[in-house]
Design a protein around this ligand. Structure first.
Ligand code: HAM
Length: 423
């Protein structure tokens, strides 16, 4: 019996073909994300990959696709209903409320990286387990925080080489806005109900805004005539939107206002945004997020605002110019006689202690086979030790790119060798 990974998942392994299957690219993305989060002064937060299912129902929304169709829900041995996390915001806000983090100096700027689980139909860029880099800023209504969050996501994408990226921006208004707008939209949809697809019909009463997300052509054609939320924004929402746009222009994030952008999660208020890349196919949204000014209270905390983003690492890698593999190893030892193995092993230990990466042959390969292995491993140098070198107290250093060779004394320690390696 040969087992296969579950549907909608993938493995990361040496020699992986797709960019998101290549371990060195993951290390690169994680390093860049961590670096940017540090520059912007975000602290890392780690929360469980499963929570009470109701947490997601309350935050993402009962009528959202995620809750209705995509959650991995299960019962534990005590009969509690749990779900693998479909997204990161709910768990972070739960932890913020549970640990009273609103008592710390606000805003609290948090970031995370980890797997999310959605039972979706697999296609390129859509998996049942995907990884998000996310950030959440809790406890501030300052529109410059919105700008910071969008700019941070954009800069991470750019540092990773995401091609042809545009950030789409909208404002979904505050409660006052919704109170004025939603009845107008509802009335419009009811008047034209015969032209709506079944999902959109079902949403008229529960969440009419989400009809804008419909993929149905007739529905989309009808929605061209629909009233747009932009005309109904309260004064406060309008001022907030203006400040966010001005801030994005100041820091040079290219954006376009999309008045039909609504996002698939119900917790959003005011600012929402999505970054799309023209380099991707059907799944072209690389990252997205927005404000959720009612969520902390909804989850039992004080009435405090929040905003954040989540960006999918697999999509970043698909939309980026993945760098070609560089040198993955500093030194591979090539031993020409069995007596050279222990000295090589000990030299490798000395180099590792100085921070260099080294490896040697553990498969009884011929000299030719060892050079081939050095090549396969992407070694910058091969370090050759044979009878001659043992007698002379040297090793022969070969630059694997130029083929140049030279003898380096090692009898009195690795200092000269380190110098020759440029360490
Ligand atoms: P989201 O738009 O549902 O937002 O997901 C964020 C990103 O995760 C997407 O843009 C996409 O890159 C990636 N993603 C989502 N589902 C999949 C999938 N099935 N396969 C591959 N990638 C996927 C959120 O999850 C919000 N929590 C973002 C947020 C944070 N809003 C406020 N704070």
């Amino acid at each position: 019996m040969i087992y296969k990974g579950p549907k909608g998942t993938y493995d990361v392994y040496p020699g992986g073909r797709e960019p998101h299957e290549r371990p060195e690219l993951w290390a690169w993305v994680e390093g860049v994300a961590r670096d940017f989060m540090g520059r912007y002064n975000y602290s890392e937060v780690r929360v469980p990959v499963f929570e009470e299912a109701q947490l997601y129902v309350r935050s993402v929304g009962e009528m959202s696709d995620i809750v209705r169709k995509e959650m991995f829900v299960f019962r534990d041995k005590g009969g509690r209903e749990l779900s693998l996390r479909p997204e990161g915001t709910a768990g972070v806000v739960r932890a913020y409320v549970e640990h009273g983090l609103y008592r710390l100096a606000q805003p609290l700027k948090l970031w995370y990286l980890g797997p999310m689980f959605r039972h979706e139909r697999q296609q390129k860029g859509r998996y049942r387990q995907h990884v998000q880099v996310g950030a959440e800023v809790l406890g501030s209504t300052d529109p410059l925080v919105d700008v910071e969050v969008v700019a941070l996501m954009y800069q991470i994408h750019q540092a990773l080489g995401v091609k042809d990226e545009v950030v789409y921006l909208n404002n979904l208004g505050d409660l006052e806005t919704r109170r004025r707008y939603v009845p107008e939209l509802e009335a419009f949809l009811k008047k034209n109900v015969s032209e709506l697809d079944p999902d959109s019909k079902a949403r008229i009463e529960t969440n009419p805004l989400r009809t804008f997300d419909s993929k149905d052509r007739n529905t989309q054609a009808l929605l061209k005539e629909a009233p747009l939320i932009g005309y109904y924004l309260s004064e406060e929402a309008r001022v907030h939107f203006g400040a966010v746009k001005e801030g994005l222009e100041t820091v040079g994030v290219p954006y376009a206002v999309d008045e039909r952008l609504v996002r698939g999660l119900d917790y959003y208020t005011l600012t929402v945004f999505e970054a799309k890349s023209a380099a991707l196919g059907a799944q072209d949204t690389v990252g997205g997020g927005g404000r959720y000014n009612g969520l902390i209270e909804e989850l039992g905390g004080p009435d405090l605002p929040g905003i954040g983003f989540g960006t999918g690492v697999e999509r970043i890698l698909l939309a980026a110019n993945a760098p070609e593999e560089g040198h993955l190893l500093d030194v591979f030892f090539v031993t020409l006689v069995p007596e050279a193995r222990l000295p090589a092993f000990s030299l490798a230990a000395a180099l590792r202690a100085e921070g260099l990466s080294c490896d040697l042959d553990y498969a009884d390969r011929s000299a030719k086979g060892q050079f081939k292995q050095a090549d396969r491993m992407g070694a910058r140098f091969a370090m050759i030790i044979g009878e001659e070198e043992l007698v002379a107290g040297t090793c022969t250093l070969r630059d694997m790119t130029s083929g140049e060779q030279r003898a380096v004394p090692v009898a009195d320690g690795p200092e000269e060798l380190l110098e020759a390696l440029g360490a």
